[in-house]
Ligand binder design. Structure first.
Ligand code: UDP
Length: 238
């Protein structure tokens, strides 16, 4: 029997997490570490879905600020998430974790297309499902894709792995006096404009009562701790 608190969860990892100190691209040691973290939760008999971002390679909004049409730039951003998804799939399979990549943008030679019922079936068979391509539409983010997919597959919680310990009232990297919340309502995140996830993603979680936990994914063992229900990070409540 699993001692984990959750039966099915969705992990959101930003592309930036994969870049590490170099600030761009994929750092192999970080990718391997992430795969180990995911494997440790799969070993608890928890069904794990992953949404991966693309900000380590390309961000639509940044490119549109320098003149590119926003929709085209966003499609490039979505392609970046596919690169990360394939890299993570490879890292997981090297350590014996079965995976499937499902892309919101059809790319049949590389990944399955997103089919909700098929994704659920993979999860039931203990395969890690990596959702690539965000929502498949420009002007959205992979945080919103995470909220959407988590609801569609009936995940009990979204776990957003970040570089900091949780949600603070100010940026802890810039302000050492910043205070960490152990719990915070969705509405306060919106009202205080805290940079946790974009407002579309937060609103989706809030409107559909989907719990969110923000935690530090850089600390080894943390993903397993959150999956076991240890009170680390910040729990976002209604
Ligand atoms: N993107 C998009 N629609 C989506 C998800 C992502 O257009 O549903 C694009 C957008 O340009 C974004 C880029 O893909 O900047 C990378 O995703 P995101 O910024 O969410 O990645 P993260 O910050 O998590 O690394």
């Amino acid at each position: 029997m699993s001692s984990a608190k959750y039966r099915r969860l969705l992990l959101k990892v930003s592309g930036e997490m994969l870049a590490g100190e170099q600030g761009y691209g994929i750092q192999p040691s970080i990718l391997e570490g992430l795969a180990e973290e995911i494997a440790s939760v799969v070993a608890l008999d928890v069904q794990v879905a992953v949404v991966i971002g693309g900000g380590n390679i390309f961000r639509g909004i940044a490119a549109s600020a320098s003149g590119m049409e926003r929709a085209s730039a966003d499609y490039m951003g979505m392609l970046a998430t596919v690169l990360n998804a394939l890299a993570l799939q490879n890292a997981l399979e090297r350590i014996g974790v079965m995976t499937r990549v499902q892309s919101a943008i059809e790319m049949r030679q590389l990944a399955e297309g997103y089919i909700r019922r098929r994704a659920i079936r993979h999860l039931e068979k203990k395969r890690v499902v990596i959702f690539a391509g965000g929502t498949g539409t420009p002007y959205f983010s992979t945080d919103t894709a995470a909220a959407l997919r988590a609801m569609e597959i009936g995940a009990q919680v979204i776990m957003k792995g970040t570089k900091v310990d949780g949600i603070y009232d100010a940026d802890p990297m810039k302000n050492p006096a910043a205070k960490k919340y152990t719990e915070i309502p969705f509405m306060s995140i919106l009202n205080q404009n805290l940079k946790v996830m974009d407002s579309t993603a937060i609103s989706l979680c809030m409107d559909n009562n989907l719990p969110l936990i923000v935690f530090n994914l850089k600390v080894k063992g943390n993903f397993k701790r959150v999956a076991l229900g240890e009170p680390i990070g910040t729990v976002v409540t209604l």
